[in-house]
Write a protein that binds this ligand. Sequence first.
Ligand code: MTE
Ligand code: MO
Length: 202
Amino acid sequence: MATRGFEGRRQAPEIAERIPPGQYLTQDFPVLSAGPTPTVAPEDWSFTLKVGPKPVAKWSWAEFNALPLSKMTRDIHCVTKWSKLNTAWEGVLIDDILAEAGLAPPTAFLLAHSFDGYSTNVPAEDLLTGKAMVALRYDGKPIPPDHGGPARLLVPHLYFWKSAKWLSGLQFTQQDTLGFWELRGYHAYGDPWREQRYAGDA
Ligand SMILES: Nc1nc2c(c(=O)[nH]1)N[C@H]1C(S)=C(S)[C@@H](COP(=O)(O)O)O[C@H]1N2
Ligand SMILES: [Mo]
């Protein structure tokens, strides 16, 4: 095969087809947070699963780390237009959290809650069947605090604001209930391939 060299910033087709519309590829890992990074020591960390207002299961850091661990390597897409390929995470699939709690999804909607007061809504089906995890490690190491450690939600097929950092729990809600950025004009669902950046985008 003839090598034609790089032509400006054009990407190889197999890379280009992984970049959603309006996004550009980045090699570094930008930090985007609405406020300061909260300090959450493992001994102060817990994860609570709720159905409406009612807590149905709660894990300490040690208990949570004893759940089955899975690996996911995925492309991520931030609404501020950067995309990063092949990010490597390890954590507990939402499927495994529900199984451990003995809970079948009681509603179709979830809200993720974080230690900094952040929240974001995701349909239950987007967190199940291996699509999402509570990540505990990034690139083979504990997740750095700025990137959401000790634990963050990872929902790689939606814009990255759905991947709540400093995760404190998940709550099933009766109705789709907007979270922090969704209340401030971001799209309720946030599919990067349909460019659902803002409320009102199709
Ligand atoms: N708890 C919490 N999670 C959050 C945020 C936040 O401010 N607080 N910012 C969101 C946004 S807008 C983005 S783009 C990603 C950024 O993750 P990163 O800093 O690891 O790149 O985290 C998301 N999760
Ligand atoms: Mo973001």
